[in-house]
Ligand binder design. Structure first.
Ligand SMILES: Nc1ncnc2c1ncn2[C@@H]1O[C@H](COP(=O)(O)OP(=O)(O)OP(=O)(O)O)[C@@H](O)[C@H]1O
Ligand SMILES: [Mg+2]
Length: 319
């Protein structure tokens, strides 16, 4: 099913807050997820990602603030919200002792998938995640990646408009991770679904998300497309290896060039941090340095999301 005409944003959070006792897990979070986008909540362990997903899927009640899904308030219109949602929780919550087919069949019944379409839908979904051949195997015999794929198939059974994927590739090997990424990208491209996912893999956020919200201590730290995040917060680091150490005067001269934010000199290595990576600036640096000494090697790095994340939150992504 294509995304139906609905002019409301897919998800709207307005000062959404969750406290557990005196501890604030989600702290006045406001953001909007547009219809048809893949939106990522990126944050370290314990930053509040699962708590956010739980609130907007109706599993946990906000302490204060408001959340709307497809224009419906999650507290007042729980049923409408449920019907629109498919979710893959952090703990996949499959029936381990039952086979793959039965797991999907139970879910189809719960979500009122019509009997006449049930078998066909289950077959389609199992094919999509390449588990049809294993339909009669017990879930307990599946690998982590297969379980994740089955959970994804289950979430898609009732053709939801919106999908919540909490750590869709947690504990999944690289190969299955790529396969899951491709399913997710296809859901958006071919089916027009809106996908909200959480991850603490930067590479995953980068590969999948149209926009990323960086969450730390339950608060929104930054929100933008991966490219803009890099542009806005990223500095390019250029390392210049020289034949002999440059003078402090030269370092000082380099550090006041427009666009240069920091110059660190250590023996024969000059580390120049600059916003953006304009060729003219690189040219100026090289010219000035070569007036004093020969350059042996230059390397320049693209800023990566990990560095941006570190500079924004002051912490790494994983425990
Ligand atoms: N039911 C609860 N009672 C008390 N504290 C809770 C409860 N659920 C979550 N928390 C706390 O709220 C914070 C946010 O937890 P949450 O599970 O949302 O983090 P997360 O970003 O999903 O982390 P992870 O990357 O590890 O999945 C944590 O400090 C957690 O201990
Ligand atoms: Mg979590």
């Amino acid at each position: 099913m294509k995304q139906t005409e609905n002019t409301s944003p897919a998800i709207e959070l307005n000062r959404l807050t969750k406290r557990f006792g005196d501890f604030t897990a989600v702290d006045g979070l406001s953001l909007t997820v547009r219809s048809g986008e893949i939106f990522g909540l990126l944050g370290p362990n314990g930053s509040g990602k699962t708590t956010i997903i739980n609130m907007i899927s109706g599993l946990s009640k906000p302490t204060s603030g408001e959340a709307k899904v497809l224009g419906h308030n999650i507290i007042h219109d729980t049923r409408v919200v449920y019907a629109a949602l498919g979710s893959v929780p952090q703990e996949t919550a499959l029936y381990e002792e039952l086979d793959a087919w039965t797991n999907l069949s139970i879910h189809a019944t719960l979500y009122g998938v019509h009997r006449s379409e049930r078998d066909m839908k289950i077959t389609d979904m199992l094919n999509l995640v390449q588990l049809y051949e294993r339909r009669h195997s017990r879930v307990s015999s599946f690998s982590g990646g297969m379980k994740r794929r089955l959970a994804l198939a289950r979430a898609l059974l009732h053709d939801p408009l919106l999908l919540y994927l909490d750590e869709p590739t947690l504990g999944v090997d690289v190969q299955s991770r790529r396969a899951i990424w491709n399913y997710i990208l296809d859901l958006k491209k071919k089916e027009g679904k809106t996908v909200l996912l959480t991850t603490n893999y930067l590479e995953e956020a980068n590969a999948l998300c149209d926009r990323i919200a960086i969450i730390d201590h339950g608060k929104l730290v930054a929100l933008d497309t991966p490219i803009n995040l890099k542009r806005r917060y990223g500095d390019t680091v250029m390392e210049i290896e020289t034949a002999s150490s440059v003078s402090p005067q030269l370092s000082a001269k380099l550090s006041i060039l427009p666009g240069v934010s920091e110059v660190i000199q250590k023996d024969k290595i000059l580390k120049v941090t600059m916003s953006g990576d304009e060729l003219s600036l690189t040219g100026q640096l090289i010219t000035l340095v070569t007036q004093e000494t020969n350059i042996k090697k230059i390397s320049q790095r693209e800023p990566n999301l990990e560095e941006i994340f570190l500079s924004l939150t002051g912490s790494g992504l994983r425990d």
